[in-house]
Design a protein around this ligand. Structure first.
Ligand SMILES: Cc1cc2nc3c(=O)[nH]c(=O)nc-3n(C[C@H](O)[C@H](O)[C@H](O)COP(=O)(O)O)c2cc1C
Length: 185
């Protein structure tokens, strides 16, 4: 049995949901896993005593949460003594184009170079569009910057004006089987 610290940053809740799924999956496999929101729970974290740590963070305007980077940088000495894994949650990971996959690698490499984290494994999970949480302007902005993602999901219909109705709902792109596989390592 391993004792794992799950540390995450999540702005709209998808990375939290993914972290909860990872925790559930680790517990099913007989491990102990404690979940910490790096925005609110930093003071409760005692990294001593964990056999490993999994760090998750989402991308907004090309960057992971500053408070996640700051925490990892501050605690890098302890984190370098145990095996770590890092996952990034973003929407570029849902795009098939080679250049999108390069972009995703760039997000991850940027995080690793800024924090000096040296994880045994890194991955990216496609996140979600939480249209129900976005205001008018954010919704328009997100529709614009995610046109490739929406095209893949809805085909040509994605440019239809009627999509406005559809886009008041949340759309989840995360592959939960992929998340489950991540805990096999
Ligand atoms: C304002 C905003 C900016 C975003 N910028 C990016 C981006 O630059 N690249 C990307 O791949 N995804 C981007 N996303 C998509 C998020 O990474 C995705 O919604 C993810 O599920 C958010 O995870 P969270 O709910 O844990 O914060 C953005 C989302 C929002 C709302």
């Amino acid at each position: 049995m391993l004792k794992i610290a799950l540390l995450y940053g999540s702005t709209e809740g998808q990375t939290k949901k993914i972290s909860e799924k990872i925790r559930e999956s680790l517990i099913e496999k007989g491990h102990k896993a404690d979940l910490f929101n790096l925005k609110s729970d930093q003071k409760q974290i005692k990294l001593n005593g964990y056999d490993g740590a999994i760090i998750g963070s989402s991308v907004h305007i090309g960057r992971h949460q500053k408070y996640v980077l700051k925490y990892i940088k501050k605690n890098i000495e302890l984190l370098s003594r145990i095996p770590t894994a890092f996952f990034s949650v973003n929407l570029t990971a849902y795009e098939d184009k080679a250049e999108s996959q390069e972009k995703v690698k760039g997000f991850i490499n940027d995080f690793l170079s800024k924090t000096n984290l040296d994880p045994v494994i890194t991955t990216a999970f496609p996140g979600a569009l939480k249209f129900s949480q976005y205001g008018f302007i954010k919704r328009k902005f997100m529709k614009k910057i995610t046109s490739d993602v929406l095209k893949k999901e809805f085909g040509e219909k994605s440019s239809d004006i009627n999509m406005d109705l559809e886009l008041n709902k949340d759309i989840e792109f995360t592959d939960w089987g992929e998340v489950e596989n991540f805990t096999e390592i």
